[in-house]
Design a binder for this molecule. Structure first.
Ligand SMILES: [Zn+2]
Length: 57
């Protein structure tokens, strides 16, 4: 399972989607809707290869 970060163009909300690697192509083709405003105008943020520490949990 990998987490992908998305940003909503409509409200600038950033959210993460957890999906298996096999779903990545599907996510790129059909980005998830924004959990805040339900807009379909979302895009995946460029993911960095460096692993950042999990904070805020
Ligand atoms: Zn939004």
């Amino acid at each position: 399972m990998a987490s992908y970060e998305f940003e909503c163009h409509a409200c600038s909300e950033r959210f993460q989607v957890n999906a298996p690697m096999s779903e990545h192509e599907n996510l790129k083709a059909h980005p998830p809707i924004c959990p805040k405003c339900a807009s379909h105008d979302t895009r995946q943020l460029v993911s960095l290869f460096s692993s950042k520490p999990a904070s805020g949990y």
